[in-house]
Every structure is written in C-alpha cells, then in structure tokens.
Design a protein around this ligand. Structure first.
Ligand code: PGA
Length: 251
C-alpha cells in the first residue's frame, strides 16, 4: 500500500533561527507519529542547518527547485548533487509559482525532473490547472499535457518513486481548497494517465498528493478519498502547530 506523504513548502519564508525553532517544535509535536512520510522544503540558504537539525529524525528535507546541469557557469542555480550535499533527499519540481513567475515550462520541468531522479533525489512533481483553464473545461487536457511532457524519458523504476502533487493554481494561497470530489476526480484521472504512460503497477505504487490551501480542518476529508495519498502544504506548514496537526490528521 502507498505510505501517506506530506511535505511542507516553506517558500521564501524564514531565516535560520526561525527555521530551527520550527523544526524543533515540529519534532516535539510529531513524536511517535508513524506510518507517514514527512518532508520540509526550506529555502536554499537554510538547507544545511535544517538538515543538520533533522539528522537521525524521521523528517526529510527537500529543495524547492533545482537546475538540470550538475555544475557549470550557471550563476544563481543549484544542482541536484548540491541539494544532496546539503542534506536533501527530495526536491520540488515545477511548482506553479516557478511556472508563473520564473518562466518554467513543461520542457524545463522535464529536464529538471530527469536530472533530479538520475541524481537519486525523490522528485515532487507539481502539476495543476489555472482558474481560467478549469472554467473553460480544459482541466483534464492541461493535466494530460503536463503529466505526459513532464514524465517523458523517465524510466519505470524512476517513475514509481516520484511523488506527483496535484495543485490547482486557483487553490494555492487563496484559502480556496478544491472540494474532496474535485481533488479525487483529478487524482483518479492523473493515476489513469500514469497507468497509460508506464503501467497499472506503477500507477498503483505512485503517490499523488494534493496541494492548495490544505489545513488541519480539511486534510481528513481529502485523505478519506482513495486516490489522495497526502498533501503539499504551503501556508499551514510555516507554523509547527498547524503543520503537526495536518500530519496527525493525515493517517
Ligand atoms: P498553500 O500552498 O498551502 O499556501 O495554498 C501550497 C503550495 O504552494 O504548495
């Protein structure tokens, strides 16, 4: 069975002291919680100190992005190997804010994804439609394009380990969560796409998590649906109390 997966995306928040306080509180508040995989994704400058604080703990660390080259003259970029070196086991790829503000496309997302998985990182691949796309009835078309293009050239063993994050752009940071039905419908569709691209076995194994205004009050409903395997949490992951509450409800 699929182990529930939850990641906290801290985005461009926190400096060292605040981050270390949050992880200390999170460790205390989630002590003894089992059967769920927990990841935090701090900004690049915090990775080393946060991963040191979480060493030998059940909580893993993710980068929020990476470049596809391993090294070179690419000012400002960080490679998958550098993320591993800083203590990361995971990396978020293709977050909608990267697509929206930093010009990421399915093509760059695919290059980053292949490079990250080849380097041994677990990729958290974000996909999801905008409000306009949903309203014009294009949700499934958009998801099909994003999933197909992003996963091109990925091998079956690599695909099984990828975590897909369905994040409808209109639900991110807006307080407007997709309904349990809307999320389940999209997740089932995405799982079908994975079955078609790879195999039904890969589709059964792959975790598909929901993201977009997840909080302690709505996680249980989402998790009760068969194809929702966890969450990618933004705002509610910044405070240890609310993130721990989401984690505790997740099971
Ligand atoms: P949110 O962000 O929980 O603040 O809506 C989710 C995300 O961007 O991953």
């Amino acid at each position: 069975m699929r182990i529930p997966f939850i990641a906290g995306n801290w985005k461009m928040f926190k400096t060292t002291a605040d981050a270390l306080q949050t992880v200390a509180d999170l460790l205390r508040l989630t002590e003894g919680v089992e059967g769920v995989e927990v990841v935090v994704a701090p900004s690049f400058t915090l990775l080393r100190s946060v991963s040191d604080a979480l060493v030998d703990s059940p909580i893993a660390v993710a980068g929020q992005d990476c470049f596809w080259e391993e090294q070179g003259a690419f000012t400002g970029e960080v490679s998958p190997g550098m993320l591993s070196d800083a203590g990361c086991s995971h990396v978020i790829i293709g977050h909608s804010e990267r697509r929206q503000y930093f010009g990421e496309t399915d093509e760059t997302v695919n290059k980053k994804l292949k490079s990250a998985v080849a380097a041994g990182l677990t990729a958290i691949l974000c996909i999801g439609e905008t409000l306009g796309e949903r309203e014009s009835g294009d949700t499934f078309k958009v998801l099909e394009r994003q999933v197909g293009n992003s996963l091109a050239g990925v091998s079956m063993p690599q695909a099984e380990k990828i975590v897909l994050a369905y994040e409808p752009v209109w639900a991110i940071g807006t307080g407007r969560t997709a309904t349990d039905d809307q999320a389940q419908e999209a997740h089932a569709f995405i799982r079908g796409l994975v079955a078609g691209i790879f195999s039904p076995t890969v589709a059964e194994a792959v975790r598909i998590v929901y993201g977009g205004s997840v909080k302690p009050g709505n996680i249980a409903g989402l998790m009760s649906r068969p194809d929702i395997d966890g969450a990618l949490v933004g705002g509610a992951s910044l405070e240890a109390e609310s993130f721990a509450a989401v984690i505790r409800h997740l099971k």
